[in-house]
Design a protein around this ligand. Structure first.
Ligand code: CTP
Ligand code: MG
Length: 526
């Protein structure tokens, strides 16, 4: 049965359309609806945003007593929850029970005056706490970790896992955003919202992308969307009698130009007045204009966009896919780590595959299983009964042999289609169907992806036949896939030399490469 993806046609309403209570009568889906997240994406976003509005960020002295700190702050109002973290200094995130407490705290705070420099008197929710007299007490503050594990830590954990499934889940657990990290992301958006509100008092700055779609790894960037719809829509119904009141506004020739002007002015604002906002870059000529900056205290690299509602909708779509089964996220995280380990993805923009494209590829792959794994839940169960290694190795095999030269990936219909243009990798944007989300990817980057996918499929399949014992602490399963190729092959061939002659390994890899060259010759001959 084909899932009712027709329902996804209207941006901004994914969750609403898919929720059981709102399925049209006569829908044939069974099981799938139960897995739609109980909480709507927008409900979750609003709740967290409201929390963030009651929250402050405080740079603290290193020597601080947690108890005294909380006692001092509770003078301004009751505290709901708090945590500390370190990022070039100690910081506290403190959530008050009531929004009014923030005002009291701000009223009890002064703008510092310095000998050599002059402060721009902007009253934000980002504070600096100083000790009046140096106290000698030093209690250990438990700080929450905001960083992903090191390779060494990760490999150790993975080597001691019990199966490849277990490895995928361990990797997910280690890399996924923590509750504290998520809070810090919403708080950062809220602090930026305060600055944007100087121009647009009713604006909302919403996080989107991997910060909220449940596919974010610790350390991922923070994508922000400046939502001006409230500003536009307020007062639309306040008409009476024969009169209609409109604002006098400046007009510009296109929506794109309006977006560029708004972002340009906000870029200046962040640069001049934004406490802790550094390295502000205005990238206004990109397809989707943005302002990029780092928020020093939280350590987030931020991309601020506006007029980009589709991206919010695709974040919601991924949020729903991620909730259908925990293995979806586990596979996506592992594929993302695998791609990063082999430099298939990069933090610098360029001809590389993006994490977003990779996620779409995983979803597509899961839709193309027979029977389909996404979005039908029943098929997911069936597959789980198989060999625990198939899930991951099948992904590599599938894309190692995918006809990228003629086919595009279409999540909407869950099937391949003829490519509408000659982009090496074509993944249709599910909401703006004339766009290719991986237009940036070059032929050589795609070739590298295919090459590594084939090699990884092969490694996993061989391991299924002859796996090192778990206690041996030897790289196996996912670890072999995450190691740089050459090293990996060395330890791999050593390990297997009793069974497979090195020559055999080489020949097989060569023949795989031969096939691949053939595929691509066809493409370039077109
Ligand atoms: N997006 C899109 N089309 C693209 C690129 C991005 O619609 N061609 C949207 C997606 O919703 C994506 C979001 O913009 O999730 C943010 O893009 P990006 O930061 O590149 O990807 P993330 O999913 O956030 O992944 P990462 O962890 O790498 O930041
Ligand atoms: Mg992102």
């Amino acid at each position: 049965q084909r899932p009712n993806l027709r329902l996804l046609s209207c941006p901004g309403t994914v969750a609403k359309d898919l929720r059981r209570d709102e399925q049209p009568s006569g829908s044939v889906e069974t099981g799938f609806e139960d897995k739609i997240p109980k909480r709507r994406f927008s409900e979750m976003q609003n709740e967290r945003r409201e929390q963030a509005q009651r929250t402050v960020l405080i740079h603290c002295p290193e020597k601080i007593s947690e108890k005294k700190f909380l006692k001092y702050l509770s003078h301004f109002g009751p505290i709901n929850n708090h945590f500390f973290y370190e990022s070039f200094g100690l910081y506290a995130v403190v959530e008050f029970c009531q929004k009014e407490s923030i005002g009291s705290l701000q009223n009890g705070t002064h703008t510092p005056s310095m000998a050599m420099e002059t402060a721009i008197p902007f009253r934000s929710r980002f504070f600096n706490l100083k000790l009046k007299n140096q106290t000698s007490e030093r209690s250990r503050i438990r700080s929450s970790n905001q960083l992903p594990p090191s390779n060494k830590q990760l490999f150790e954990l993975l080597c001691y896992a019990e199966s490849i499934d277990d490895q995928l889940n361990t990797l997910l657990k280690e890399f996924q955003l923590t509750e504290e990290n998520t809070k810090l992301r919403y708080l950062t958006c809220s602090l930026i919202e305060d600055i944007a509100a100087a121009y647009f008092p009713d604006c909302i700055v919403r996080p989107f992308g991997s910060s909220v779609n449940t596919f974010g790894k610790l350390g991922c960037d923070l994508d922000m969307f400046l939502d001006l719809d409230e500003t536009r829509n307020l007062g639309t119904h306040k008409t009476s009698g024969n009169f209609l009141m409109e604002f006098q506004v400046k007009n510009v020739p296109s929506e794109r130009i309006a977006t560029q002007k708004i972002l340009s002015v906000l870029g200046e604002c962040l640069d001049h007045f934004g406490p802790g906002c550094v390295g502000v870059q205005k990238i206004l000529n990109a397809r989707c204009p943005l302002v990029r900056f780092s928020h020093q205290a939280s350590g987030f690299q931020c991309d601020l966009t506006t007029n980009n509602r589709i991206a919010l909708t695709s974040s919601e779509l991924l949020y729903i896919y991620g909730a259908l089964d925990s293995r979806v996220r586990a596979l996506v995280f592992s594929i993302r780590c695998w791609a990063r380990a082999h430099s298939l993805t990069s933090s610098i923009p360029g001809a590389w595959i993006t994490n977003f494209s990779l996620t779409m590829m995983v979803i597509f792959f899961l839709q193309r299983r027979s029977p389909p794994i996404l979005p039908t839940l029943d098929s997911l169960k069936t597959l789980a009964e198989g060999n625990n290694c198939t899930f991951c190795s099948e992904f590599f095999e599938y894309f190692g042999n995918f006809a990228f030269n003629k086919n595009s990936i279409n999540i909407r219909q869950g099937k391949e289609q003829n490519k509408p243009d000659s982009s090496p990798l074509y993944i249709q944007n599910p909401f703006e169907t004339s766009l290719n989300i991986s237009k940036n990817v070059s032929q050589s980057q795609l070739q590298k992806f295919v090459d590594l996918a084939r090699e990884s499929a092969w490694i996993l399949q061989q391991e299924a036949i002859d796996r090192p014992s778990i206690s041996s602490n030897q790289p196996w399963g996912l670890v072999s896939l995450l190691l740089p190729s050459a090293t990996n092959r060395k330890s791999f061939t050593k390990k297997k030399s009793s069974k497979f002659a090195i020559e055999t390994v080489k020949n097989l890899l060569e023949s795989l490469k031969g096939n691949r060259t053939e595929n691509f010759t066809k493409t370039s001959g077109k």
